[in-house]
Design a protein around this ligand. Structure first.
Ligand SMILES: *Cc1c(COP(=O)(O)O)cnc(C)c1O
Length: 335
C-alpha cells in the first residue's frame, strides 16, 4: 500500500520505540512476553496516537486552503488536545465542540486535557449534551465561521475517517520494518478501540502487508458487534480511499466490550490496577479512558490463559496520560 501519494505534514519523523517489558511480564507470572509500542511518545503536546492521523488530516485541511480547524471530542479529549496542538504549530485557529457524555462532567476549571486546551490557546469551546449529533454541531460552528470570512475544515471525532486512518496504516508498515530490523515476531497485538481509526488503519495496514498477526481490539465504549462493524466499515472505506482492491475478512475484526465497565470514561478497578501496575513495574504512564482499560483487558486475558504460554504479545500504547490529572480521586481512593 503506497502512502507516498497522500499529502502529509511530516509530524512523525521517527519510528516510536518498541520496548520489552520484563518486570511487567514477570508481574503476570511470565506466562507471556509483553512488548509495548510507544505511540504515547509521538510528538505534539502531551503525545499520543492522534498525531499519526493528524499528520494526514491537517495536510488535507491545508491542501483545501483552510485557515481554521474545527473538531470534537469528549470533555477530556486527547484528540482535541492534539488537534489544537498541531493547529497552533501550523498557525491555524482551532475551535472545539465538546460532548458532555457524562452529564455535569464539563468543568471549565478542570485539570488534565481541559487545562491544556486553555494553555494552548484554544479559539473557542462549545459544550453540547451527550448524544448530540456532533457532525451537525460542528457544521453549525463552521457555518458561523464562514459568515465571519474564515475557511474552516472539520476533522471528525478522533480523526477517524479514511484520511486519518492512513496514519495507522503507516504505523503497521513501520512496525513491520522494526520487527524485521530487531529480529522480533509477535503472536498477538492488542490495541485500544475507540472511534475506530487506530484499530481500523492498523489492521488494514497489517493485512495490506500480508502480516498475518491476530489483532485484539479492546473497546472502551460501544458493544462488541457495533464496535466491530465500525472498525470493519472504516477499513473498507479506507481501502477504497487508497484505491486498493482488497478482500477484508470480517472475522479478522475483534473488539471485546468486557472492559468498558459502567461506561465510556468512567473508571473501573481493573483500569486503576493496570495503570498502577505498569507505572510501578516499568515507569510507563497509561491513561484512565483508553490505554488503561485496554491494558486491563490484556491483563485479564493473560490471567485467563487466553494466549498460548510463552507467546509474544505487543501492546499498542496510544497515549493519553495527561487525562490522569483529571482523575486524581480514582487513584487516591485505591492505594
Ligand atoms: C483516541 C484514543 C484512542 C482510541 O483511538 P481511536 O482511533 O479513537 O479508536 C486510544 N487511546 C488514546 C489515548 C486516545 O486518545
Amino acid at each position: 500500500m503506497n502512502l507516498a501519494c497522500f499529502p502529509r505534514r511530516g509530524y512523525v519523523q521517527e519510528a516510536t520505540p518498541l520496548e520489552f517489558l520484563p518486570a511487567f511480564s514477570k508481574a503476570l507470572d511470565n506466562k507471556v512476553n509483553i512488548w509495548i509500542k510507544r505511540d504515547d511518545l509521538l510528538p505534539g503536546a502531551g503525545g499520543g496516537n492522534k498525531t499519526r492521523k493528524l499528520d494526514f488530516s491537517i495536510a488535507d485541511a491545508l491542501a483545501q486552503g483552510a485557515d481554521t480547524i474545527i473538531t470534537c471530542g469528549a470533555v477530556q479529549s486527547n484528540h482535541c488536545r492534539l488537534t489544537l496542538s498541531w493547529a497552533v504549530k501550523e498557525g491555524l485557529e482551532c475551535h472545539l465542540v465538546l460532548e458532555e457524555r457524562v452529564p455535569g462532567s464539563y468543568k471549565p476549571e478542570a485539570s488534565g486535557n481541559n487545562f491544556l486546551y486553555q494553555l494552548l490557546g484554544v479559539s473557542s469551546i462549545s459544550v453540547v449534551p451527550g448524544g448530540s449529533d456532533m457532525a451537525a454541531e460542528m457544521e453549525k460552528k463552521a457555518e458561523m465561521l464562514r459568515r465571519e470570512g474564515r475557511k474552516p475544515y472539520i476533522v471528525p471525532g478522533g480523526a477517524s475517517n479514511p484520511v486519518g486512518a492512513l496514519g495507522y496504516v503507516q504505523c503497521a508498515q513501520e512496525l513491520m520494518q522494526q520487527m524485521f530490523a530487531q529480529g522480533l515476531n509477535f503472536d498477538h497485538i492488542i490495541v485500544p478501540s475507540g472511534s475506530a481509526g487506530t484499530h481500523a488503519g492498523f489492521l488494514l495496514g497489517l493485512l495490506g502487508c500480508h502480516m498475518d498477526i491476530p489483532v485484539t481490539g479492546i473497546g472502551v465504549n460501544r458493544k462488541k458487534p457495533v464496535q466491530e462493524e465500525a472498525v470493519y466499515s472504516l477499513m473498507r472505506k479506507t481501502a477504497e480511499y487508497m484505491g486498493v482492491a482488497m478482500d477484508i475478512p470480517r472475522e479478522a475484526v475483534l473488539a471485546y466490550d468486557d472492559y468498558v465497565g459502567p461506561g465510556y470514561s468512567l473508571p473501573t478497578d481493573a483500569m486503576v490496577e493496570a495503570v498502577k501496575l505498569l507505572a510501578r513495574t516499568e515507569s510507563i504512564l497509561l491513561d484512565p479512558v483508553y490505554s488503561g482499560k485496554a491494558m486491563s483487558g490484556l491483563i485479564d486475558l493473560v490471567r485467563k490463559d487466553h494466549f498460548k504460554k510463552g507467546a509474544n504479545l505487543l501492546f499498542l500504547h496510544t497515549g493519553g496520560s495527561p487525562a490522569l490529572y483529571a482523575y486524581l480521586d480514582s487513584f487516591r481512593q485505591a492505594s
